[in-house]
Design a protein around this ligand. Structure first.
Ligand code: CA2
Length: 144
């Protein structure tokens, strides 16, 4: 089973600023957790990060026939990107959306997830651990 984990804009800056919201650990630590979870679950994983909407759309399109499921944190594009939503719907791969912070208890513009309309589930507010939860849930759904 192969998972694609996609991280959107500015997540590469983790650990640099806003530790009160996103935690103190850096992006490399997040990738380590994702890789360790993949090993624990016996799945293979590709991790992709981009600051560019179109690149994320291209990556989702290329996942068709190559990945069994997607975990995505579209970051700020969560709240704006119909293009990413359409790409996720087009490839129709089981998808779980994850957010480090609790998007419902922040600014009103973060309360709505456009991309989440293509997700089986949205996990938010659990920090890095949310990625592990997302991968476990995704595997369960694919095996169903
Ligand atoms: O909580 C999340 O995971 C978010 O997807 C993170 C996005 C934000 O726009 C979403 O509303 C919620 C922002 C990621 C930016 O990460 C930074 C990390 C360090 C310093 C600055 C930004």
């Amino acid at each position: 089973m192969k998972f694609l984990v996609i991280n959107g804009p500015n997540l590469n800056l983790l650990g640099v600023r806003e530790p009160d919201i996103y935690g103190k650990e850096d992006y490399a630590a997040l990738c380590s957790l994702i890789n360790a979870t993949a090993e624990e679950l016996g799945v293979s994983v590709e991790i992709y990060q981009s600051n560019h909407e179109g690149d994320i759309v291209d990556k989702i399109q290329r996942a068709m026939g190559r990945a069994d499921g997607i975990v995505i944190n579209p970051a700020a594009y969560t709240h704006t990107s119909i293009a990413i939503l359409d790409a996720l719907k087009a490839v129709a791969l089981p998808t779980v959306e994850v957010h480090l912070s609790d998007i419902h208890s922040r600014e009103p513009f973060r309360n709505v997830s456009i991309t989440g309309n293509a997700a089986l589930k949205i996990i938010h507010g659990f920090g890095f651990k949310g990625y592990r939860q997302a991968m476990i849930y995704l595997k369960e759904q694919i095996e169903k």
